[in-house]
Design a protein around this ligand. Structure first.
Ligand code: SAM
Ligand code: SF4
Length: 326
């Protein structure tokens, strides 16, 4: 098992399949330049399967595929088909663009854990956030998932002055959908020009919602990064992911691998471990995995004072969200 020095068991693997994306979200991938990683450095489907099987032998029970946009991988179906042999739960985080194309495949393969990102319900704003005019298509794809009986999560990154005024619209919109809304605090990553002033915090989000709705705290799932709530009046479930104002590190069970096979023991860690390089040179990767988690910090990759993060996290190389996968 992968246990760190704080007795946290790591059994949830998140793999970024590609750092390419068909959207250019301002908080994630704002620069035009997309892939900085040559194809040769990206894990092949066989490598994804073989590296994942080491993790499964070490206790991993769930694998989430993310990116960039994971459906952009031409061999996406083959990756899923091979990972299914590992008998683990498989989830996907997506911007929703390719859902219509893949929904039947997802059903056939019993892939039910979908997290879909959508930050606005307004067309103009959708363009200003993503640089794409795809809102109608994404909403249509969400209806397809609902019609096909998926229960899924919708991730909303809340940014002050950009979309915090849509929180009520999202709650209204969610009334007739089989979804859980997850409001996420905006985080700093390389290139996204984050400042403290852009953060609409956990507290701000709850205060805002309480202006219009009564809600109650409901139980969080084990190892959940979000705090969960329920509005009984309209039966809407929502959650807040408060990575900035209120960390959830003590229950962390996450392992992250970038598309070029770099292992990261924390979303905020600046240290990576070259799993793919070692794997390609036929070294045993198990000691590398154990070392990575032996060195895991108690909180947020060792950055305990968030107040000083602003410059640090923005400027460091390799800290693009599309590489890490969220
Ligand atoms: N393309 C897919 C998508 O958008 O869902 C998967 C990759 S994306 C990097 C994974 C998640 O990270 C998304 O829910 C996205 O909203 C979130 N994310 C990206 N940048 C973020 C930031 N700066 N702060 C908070 N969440 C962020
Ligand atoms: Fe692409 Fe997802 Fe990042 Fe948006 S959040 S740019 S869709 S990877």
């Amino acid at each position: 098992m992968i246990i760190d020095n704080f007795n946290r068991v790591h059994n949830y693997l998140r793999i970024s399949l590609t750092n390419n994306c068909n959207f250019q979200c301002l908080y994630c991938n704002p620069e035009e330049k997309i892939s900085e990683i040559s194809n040769k450095k990206i894990m092949t489907k066989k490598e994804i399967f073989e590296i994942s099987s080491f993790f499964v032998k070490m206790g991993v029970k769930k694998i989430r595929l993310t990116g960039g946009e994971p459906f952009l991988r031409k061999d996406f179906k083959e990756i899923i088909s091979s990972l299914k042999k590992l008998n683990v739960e498989i989830g996907i985080t997506t911007n929703g663009f390719f859902i219509d194309k893949y929904v039947d495949f997802l059903i056939e393969n019993n892939i039910k854990i979908i997290n879909l990102s959508l930050d606005t319900l307004d067309e103009k704003k959708f363009f200003s956030i993503t640089k794409r005019n795809f809102l109608k298509k994404i909403l249509k794809n969400i209806r397809i998932l609902a019609k096909k009986n998926f229960y899924f999560k919708v991730n909303v990154v809340v940014m002050k002055g950009i979309n915090e005024n849509e929180i009520f619209d999202f709650i209204k919109w969610a009334e007739n959908l089989p979804i859980k809304l997850r409001f996420i605090e905006y985080m700093p990553f390389k290139g996204n020009k984050w400042t403290w002033n852009d953060v609409f915090s956990y507290k701000d989000i709850l205060n805002k919602i309480s202006e219009k709705y009564d809600f109650e705290k409901i139980e969080d799932e084990k190892n959940d990064t979000s705090k969960n709530f329920f509005i009984s009046k309209n039966k809407v479930k929502f959650a807040v992911i408060s990575s900035i104002s209120n960390s959830f590190c003590e229950t962390c069970n996450r392992i992250r691998i970038s598309s070029d096979g770099q292992l990261q023991n924390c979303l905020f860690s600046r240290q990576t471990f070259d799993l793919l390089g070692s794997y390609r040179s036929k070294k045993n990767i198990i000691p590398i995995i154990l070392k990575a988690f032996n060195e895991k910090h108690k909180e947020r990759g060792g950055l305990t004072e968030f107040i000083n993060f602003e410059k640090k996290l923005q400027t460091e190389t390799g800290r693009k969200m599309t590489n890490i996968g969220g």
